[in-house]
Design a protein around this ligand. Structure first.
Ligand SMILES: Nc1ncnc2c1ncn2[C@@H]1O[C@H](COP(=O)(O)OP(=O)(O)O[C@H]2O[C@H](CO)[C@@H](O)[C@H](O)[C@H]2O)[C@@H](O)[C@H]1O
Length: 536
């Protein structure tokens, strides 16, 4: 049995599925390139690993369909308990016929279905390796989408297929072909007439764009080119003869899905503006009556400081002494001077433009003039990884840069630090600030997207002098305003202990569970089925 927030329990066998709720329930199919714990490179994996469980606990029948990645390393073991369903299907795409196989595990009330194909078996992460992104990602995720559309029709999970009246949640561009396939490949033949699809945007910066000549790889008839066809503006073209013609999978999802969801309200507005729309703002604005934002929850079982298996001491709001022990253990583990009084700042995330690493890079020398310690965990662009190594060599007593992807260390940093820094340039939702607040670690963030929605700046005077807010959300995104916010936070940590205690307490008390979000998702599902299919 798996325990969920509250007293809900979900079973690992289909037999025990009880559905005593009176509300309408749906057959939901999540299509995703990652789902934790099976695969995770970032927040998409977290969401697709926990939201399905929360929805299943509310009585829905939920399938998650994702690739069976085998990279020849220890992570392959995560798929050990998934069994071969002995169901092979043929997919016509990329000028040939491909055979894919389905594996399945029923766990925590959810059908986890893994699409198996040789292109998912290679060293590296789901998208690339040390040499960069895989050149055949369009092909690999086209296969995923075709397989995902077949799965509800052909897989007798627990004895019954999901059938045609299901609701597809197509997450990010990797799953973006699903709504297009429903409209183009199935509905003309009377299949999936009652199904609906929702395009869930976790990150608009990645759209699955390839040259227009690759359209034939999708296995779609020529008249659907318009759904995916995309023309870059003149300034974005590479040379004078470049016509800018491309195919854009996320665009295909936006113009064919029944509804569009993003992972916070702030971001759902930002994507309709030229600044935040990554070229798709006009299209998204044209569909704004069906665009909604729902703030992500978190897995409150995995991220719980009173039971976390990755941290050396447990703690809670009632007894915070374990947090200091986590700080000391982290300083010891990373070879920093052991100083529980010294403000310890952390950063966790991909080292790329989105996460504002360039701003951190320009502000760090000034920040480290102060009596603080700073720990960064991340991997990504080589120039930033090199910078982290060089900064560690220069500031031996103050800075540690852990280059790599390491979940246990991310938990220990979240628990051991006093402050978590997130100067993201844009952030659809952001999960690390939520984990931080739950662990009594005060976030200092750029006020954008979900960061602006979830972190309220500390105001010491409100609530009759008790103060309000859970951190600092600064803007604009400049080195100066980031440093100013950090300095106020550091000063508060050092000299205003009561205020700091209040900040920690308010953060730790908040409800981060998926329950709230799941109720809002259900509302959107309801709307999706009220309207007829957008493309019938
Ligand atoms: N080096 C490392 N080692 C260990 N763990 C690491 C790590 N680097 C990152 N992580 C983990 O990966 C996850 C990152 O999640 P985020 O939501 O912050 O960003 P991401 O940009 O991946 O997600 C996108 O999708 C999510 C989900 O919707 C949105 O919240 C977000 O805004 C959007 O950009 C966290 O669980 C974090 O701890």
């Amino acid at each position: 049995m798996f325990e969920l927030p509250g007293d809900t329990q979900v079973s690992n066998t289909h037999d025990n599925v009880s559905n005593d709720k009176k509300e309408v329930t749906h057959n939901i199919v999540f299509v995703t390139s990652e789902a934790s714990p099976y695969s995770k490179t970032g927040g998409l994996g977290d969401v697709c690993g926990s939201l399905p469980i929360a929805l299943a606990a509310r009585g829905h029948r939920v399938m998650v369909i994702t690739p069976r990645y085998l990279c020849g390393g220890p992570s392959d073991r995560k798929f050990d308990s998934a069994v071969d369903l002995d169901c092979r299907i043929k997919v016509s795409c990329s000028g040939g016929v491909q055979e894919v196989v389905f594996f399945h595990e029923y766990k925590a009330g959810v059908d986890w279905v893994f699409v198996d194909h040789p292109s998912f078996h290679r060293p590296g992460n789901p998208y690339g390796d040390a040499y960069g992104a895989f050149g055949d990602n369009q092909f690999r995720f086209t296969l995923l989408c075709h397989a995902a559309c077949e799965a509800p029709l052909v897989l007798p999970l627990g004895g019954h297929t999901y059938g045609e009246k299901c609701l597809f949640l197509a997450n990010d561009w990797h799953a973006g072909l699903v709504p297009v396939l429903l409209a183009a490949k199935y509905r003309p033949y009377g299949v999936y007439k009652d199904a609906r699809s929702i395009a869930v945007i976790h990150n608009l910066a990645h759209q699955g764009v390839e040259p227009a000549s690759t359209y034939s790889n999708f296995g779609l008839s020529p008249e659907w080119y318009g759904a995916l066809g995309w023309v870059f503006p003149t300034w974005a073209r590479t040379h004078a003869l470049d016509t800018g013609e491309a195919v854009n999978i996320l665009k295909g999802a936006i113009v064919t899905a029944d509804r569009i969801l993003t992972v916070s309200q702030g971001y759902s507005w930002e994507i309709t503006t030229p600044e935040g729309g990554n070229g798709l703002d006009e299209l998204l604005s044209s569909r704004k009556t069906v665009v909604n934002g729902i703030t992500n929850g978190i897995d409150v079982t995995e991220w719980n400081p009173s039971v976390d298996e990755h941290i050396p001491s447990h703690y809670s709001l009632d007894d915070l002494s374990g947090k200091t022990e986590c700080k000391i253990a982290l300083q010891r583990e990373l070879g920093l001077p052991i100083r529980p009084d010294c403000p310890l700042i952390g950063f966790i995330g991909r080292l790329d433009y989105q996460k504002g690493i360039d701003i951190i890079l320009s502000g760090t020398p000034d920040l480290l003039q102060d009596d603080v310690q700073f720990i960064m965990l991340g991997s990504g662009e080589k120039q930033y990884e090199d910078w982290m190594r060089a900064t560690e060599a220069t500031f031996k007593d103050k800075f540690r840069g852990w280059v790599g992807f390491n979940v246990p260390i991310s938990h220990r940093i979240t628990a051991g630090c006093d402050i978590l820094l997130m100067p993201s340039r844009f952030e659809p939702c952001g999960l690390n600030q939520l984990y931080a607040m739950r662990y009594g670690t005060v976030p200092v963030v750029h006020a954008t997207g979900g960061l602006g929605d979830t972190v309220k700046t500390f105001n010491p005077f409100s609530d009759e002098g008790k103060g309000e807010g859970t951190g600092w959300a600064f803007k604009p995104l400049t080195r100066e305003s980031m440093l100013d916010a950090l300095w106020v936070a550091i000063e508060t940590y050092r000299n205003h202990k009561t205020s700091w205690g209040g900040l920690m307490k308010r953060g730790m008390e908040r409800d981060y569970s998926w329950d709230n979000a799941a109720v809002q998702y259900e509302q959107v599902f309801k709307w999706a089925f009220i309207d007829p299919p957008y493309v019938s």
